[in-house]
Design a protein around this ligand. Structure first.
Ligand SMILES: [Zn+2]
Length: 182
C-alpha cells in the first residue's frame, strides 16, 4: 500500500511539474499528454511492484528481470524520449531527428526530474551535467543532440525564465516552417 501511494505521488508530482513547464513554453497539448501512459495498467504494475523512492522502478525491474516491458511500452508511446526516434534500416538501427517540439518536452522533462531529484541542491547547470554524465549511453541524432545541448547550455548560462523566452521564439519559428538557427 505504501509503495502504491509512493509511486502515485512520484508520478503525479513529476507530471504536474512537466505540465507547468510545457505550458510556460506554450506546449499545451503536450503538457497535458506528457507521460499519460504511466497510468496504464502495464506501467502502473511495474511502478507499484518496483517502487523504491530514490530511482526509477524501471531501472529496478531491469536489474531483477533483465529487461522492462513497461519501459518498452512507455518509450513506444512518448515521443519526448530519444529512444522513440530509433528506426531500423538495412544498415542497422539508426536515430532520426526529433521534432523540435519534442526536444522542448524532453528539456522540460529533464529539468523537472533534476529539480525533484536534487531538491535544494538543484542548480541551473544540473540538467546539463546529468546529460553530459550519461552522454556515452545515448543513441541520438546529431541535430537532436545539438538542440538539447543548446537548450541545457542556455539554461546554465541564462537561467530558466530567459530559456523559456528563447524556447517560445524558437517554437514560433518552427511553427512558421523557418529553419532553426540551432
Ligand atoms: Zn516519459
Amino acid at each position: 500500500m505504501q509503495k502504491t501511494f509512493g509511486h502515485l505521488q512520484t508520478i503525479n508530482q513529476h507530471k504536474i511539474k512537466v505540465t507547468s513547464l510545457c505550458f510556460r513554453c506554450g506546449l499545451y497539448k503536450q503538457g497535458l499528454l506528457h507521460d499519460l501512459s504511466k497510468y496504464s495498467p502495464i506501467e502502473l504494475k511495474t511502478g507499484f511492484r518496483y517502487y523504491q523512492g530514490y530511482r526509477s522502478p524501471i531501472d529496478a525491474q531491469k536489474e531483477t528481470e533483465g529487461y522492462s516491458l513497461s519501459w518498452l511500452h512507455h518509450k513506444g508511446r512518448n515521443p519526448h524520449h530519444w529512444e522513440y526516434w530509433l528506426d531500423n534500416s538495412k544498415d542497422g538501427i539508426k536515430p532520426v531527428p526529433m521534432k523540435f517540439q519534442y526536444v522542448v518536452e524532453m528539456f522540460c522533462d529533464r529539468v523537472a526530474a533534476s529539480q525533484i531529484y536534487l531538491k535544494e541542491k538543484y542548480r541551473d547547470d544540473s540538467p546539463l551535467k546529468y546529460y553530459r554524465d550519461n552522454q556515452s549511453h545515448v543513441c541520438i541524432h546529431p541535430q537532436t543532440e545539438r538542440q538539447i545541448l543548446y537548450l541545457l547550455g542556455y539554461l546554465k548560462q541564462f537561467g530558466l525564465d530567459k530559456t523559456i523566452l528563447q524556447i517560445q521564439k524558437l517554437l514560433e519559428m518552427d511553427r512558421q516552417g523557418l529553419p532553426l538557427p540551432i
